[in-house]
Design a protein around this ligand. Sequence first.
Ligand code: LHQ
Length: 276
Amino acid sequence: MDDHPLLISTEGAVRVLTLNRPQALNAFTTGLLGQLRAALDEAASDAGVRAVLITGAGRAFCAGQDLSDPHIKPEFDEHSGAVDPHRKPKAKDIGNLLDHYYIPLALRLRSMPVPTVCAVNGVAAGAGANFALGCDLVLAGQSASFIQAFSKIGLVPDCGGTWLLTRLVGRARAMQLALLGDKLPAEQAQAWGLIARCVADADLQSEAMATAQKLSRMPTRALVQTREALDASMALEFEDALKLEARLQSQLGYAHDYLEGAAAFLTKRQPAFKDR
Ligand code: LHQ
């Protein structure tokens, strides 16, 4: 029974979301997915929130879709575990689950008006891995790992995996991860550029919180537009990227935070950023 599949707390201007189904390695149910999206919506509309930190309770970050969820659980003989090859299984369109839960969640995460940090505290598999990789900065504990578990159950990477993996580690490594579905330890994930940092397990939560707190004191709008420009750049010609940078810079140049940042630098004081 999931009383509180998502824990929500706030530390200063950082909203902390903790996946909380440790008995199932925080696997996503429709209940958890719905609460996660609502919590991100709420953080997005709360002017007091200037960064979001996402982590998991227990020994895992998230094992991806809960495969026992009645919305997608396929038909098979519960006793023998066998799938009857002679019976056409009753179709459950798992694409529906993506349309209604994963796509809105991944888009919500990627369009947050504040920076997002993920503290990967243990294994991150399937959609759990790709949800983590969709955050702006990903830190992982040394014992954490990333598994593109999809191929092992006859699926393709989802929750943005195809887009994220190729961009983060290139096609050769993306293919290795996605085809073989092997566990990639956090240290190697950092060496490959899949995540920003691998830290000692004991330091993960404090390091991730310090990172989120630091981001929360920075010029939020510039950080978010940096994310947008970096993502857009992948599909742009060099000259178009230059033009996009100029357009964003032009807008930001009129905003409070640029004036504040420049004035603080020139007068040798700490800036107090406030745009969102
Ligand atoms: C789980 C799960 C799980 C339920 C561990 N579900 N119970 C797919 C389909 C449809 C639409 C949308 O998109 C997707 C996207 C996806 O995410 S597909 C990929 C789904 N995830 C997986 O295939 C990963 C399945 N899990 C594993 O391979 C292992 O559990 C990993 C490698 C993550 C961890 O292994 P261990 O550390 O050895 O733990 P464990 O396997 O013993 O799991 C502990 C418990 O958690 C166990 O329950 P039990 O009652 O026996 O203690 C597992 O059944 C449960 N659990 N993952 N996805």
